[in-house]
Design a protein around this ligand. Structure first.
Ligand code: 5GP
Ligand code: ZN
Length: 137
C-alpha cells in the first residue's frame, strides 16, 4: 500500500522505536502516547481492519499482546494495561492498517475509556444474540 504510514514503518522507510518483531508482527512505541509506554502491535501484511484479518495472523496477535503486555508491566510498573483496537472511522480508527493498542495504566493518569450504559427490553438481548449468532460463518 503506497500511501500507508504503517506499511512504510513495516518496510523501515519511516523510523520507529521497535519493541518486538517477528515474521507477522511488529510492535512499536506509539508516537503520540496516551500514557508512558503506549505500544502498538502492527500486522506486517496490510489489513485495513479486523474484518480483513487472516486467521493465521489472528492466532498470533494475542500471544504477542500477552508477552509484550507482561514486559510493559514488568518494565514500567504500571497498575494495568488496556488492550484495545479500533475498526472504522466511526469507531475511532485513524490509521487504516490493522493495529492493536497496548496502553499502560497508572493511577490518576489522563486516559479515559468510558461509555454510558444502556438497557435492553425483556427478551431483546436474547433475540439479538440469536440473530447475530446466525450470521457467524
Ligand atoms: P488509531 O487511532 O487508528 O486506533 O491509532 C493510530 C495510532 O497510530 C495513534 O495512536 C497514533 O498516535 C499512532 N501513529 C500515527 N502515526 C504514527 C507514526 O508515524 N509512528 C508511530 N509510532 N505511531 C503513529
Ligand atoms: Zn499498510
Amino acid at each position: 500500500m503506497d500511501n500507508c504510514i504503517f506499511c512504510k514503518i513495516i518496510a523501515g522507510d519511516i523510523p520507529s522505536s521497535v519493541i518486538y518483531e517477528d515474521e507477522d508482527l511488529k510492535v512499536i512505541m506509539d508516537i503520540y502516547p496516551a500514557a508512558r509506554g503506549h505500544a502498538i502491535i502492527i500486522t506486517k501484511k496490510h489489513f485495513e481492519n479486523i474484518f480483513e484479518l487472516d486467521d493465521d495472523v489472528a492466532k498470533k496477535v494475542l500471544i504477542v499482546a500477552k508477552k509484550v503486555g507482561i514486559a510493559l508491566k514488568d518494565e514500567l510498573g504500571c497498575g494495568g494495561i488496556n488492550l484495545l483496537q479500533n475498526n472504522g472511522e466511526t469507531a475511532g480508527q485513524t490509521v487504516f492498517h490493522l493495529h492493536f493498542h497496548l496502553i499502560p495504566r497508572y493511577d490518576g493518569d489522563n486516559v479515559t475509556i468510558k461509555w454510558i450504559t444502556g438497557k435492553y427490553e425483556d427478551g431483546e438481548a436474547l433475540e439479538l444474540a440469536q440473530r447475530i449468532g446466525a450470521r457467524i460463518k
